[in-house]
Unconditional design. Structure first.
Length: 327
């Protein structure tokens, strides 16, 4: 059952829960009990009825659910693509088609042809990413401070996830092209490599600097934008949704999500006010300073997630490399 807690006054779900978790000294059960006395909050379930008692238990896990929704609707390219991919559990044996599944017209009583499959005994291998944020106890106690921490955690987890995700796609793609001075022609080459059947769910994954160039690219006469539906934070290119991700630099990946297998575990949140931070700009050089969070009246919040992505059909991705448009 999905639990959604909404504050009618200000701040997002996760920020409020982080504040309550802080007030409870990191005790998940105590924080959950505090929700019962927080009048402005409304409780509802995605399916079926919900009582306030449903909030008892792992409060940090409830908070992590909100962070997952932030990733799915915000900065994470992996989480935005995943609903259109083929999803599976970690380390579960899979039967993988060597090409997209096809159907056929058959006569009454005749045998039905089946596409070729290959057994993948290893399944999806999870990758763990984490982000650790620290703030003062005073900042955590304020709505603005908790909201700022929420934003930092979401961006950091998304960036780490996308760096690994884009690396998997680039390594597994069957085709790569070197960029020329013509973005339209270059993007057309990628579509020619990936969109071979007319079906699928296509996405362009683009680095921030490349997106900034494309959204302002004009025709030769300088009058009209070549990609009017593209902005620095995303949009569409040649009718294909474009997602801007910090996981890429000077390259573009075209992905057919239907050729991708993905898996994802819940994001877990851990809170501490008793750990120590090693203050070291140059690890291994000199003697670093050890700062205790309790003594400095600060807190740390750790977000951990496991995910997996495997391009089971190499033709489902193509990469455009060494982009120098606008240089």
């Amino acid at each position: 059952m999905e639990i959604i807690i909404m504050d009618k006054r200000q701040n997002s779900d996760l920020a409020k829960r982080l504040q309550l978790l802080h007030q409870a000294g990191g005790d998940g059960e105590q924080a959950a009990m505090m929700v019962k006395n927080h009048a402005p909050w409304l409780v509802k379930a995605g399916v079926g009825s919900t009582a306030l008692d449903d909030l008892a238990g792992d409060f940090s896990g409830v908070a992590a659910g909100e962070l997952m929704r932030i990733l799915e609707h915000g900065p994470s390219a992996f989480d935005r693509v995943r609903p259109f991919s083929r999803q599976a559990e970690f380390r579960t044996r899979l039967l993988i088609g060597s090409a997209p599944l096809t159907g056929s017209v058959v006569a009454e009583g005749a045998a039905v042809l089946m596409s070729k499959y290959v057994l993948d005994a290893s399944g999806l291998t999870p990758i763990k990413v984490a982000a650790l944020a620290a703030t003062t106890a005073e900042a955590m106690a304020s709505p603005a401070g908790a909201a700022d921490l929420e934003g930092e955690l979401g961006e950091a987890v998304a960036q780490a996830t996308d760096q690994a995700f884009c690396g998997i796609l680039a390594d597994g793609a069957a085709e790569s092209e070197t960029a020329t001075g013509d973005p339209v022609a270059d993007l057309g080459k990628l579509i020619g490599h990936v969109n071979t059947t007319g079906f699928g769910r296509l996405f362009f994954l683009i680095g921030p600097s490349v997106a900034s160039v494309l959204c302002s690219w004009r025709e030769t006469d300088g009058d009209n934008l070549v990609f009017p539906d593209m902005g620095p934070l995303g949009g569409s290119l040649l009718g294909v949704e474009a997602i801007v991700t910090a996981g890429l630099d000077d390259s573009i990946i075209l992905l057919d999500a239907r050729g991708l297998f993905t898996g994802s575990d819940d994001v877990r949140i851990k809170y501490t006010s008793e750990a120590s931070l090693l203050m070291d700009d140059n690890p291994g050089v000199g003697t670093p300073e050890l700062v205790g969070m309790f003594q400095s009246e600060s807190v740390g919040v750790l977000a951990i997630r496991s995910f997996a992505a495997d391009l089971k059909r190499a033709s489902a991705a193509a990469v455009l490399e060494t982009i120098t448009w606008g240089a």
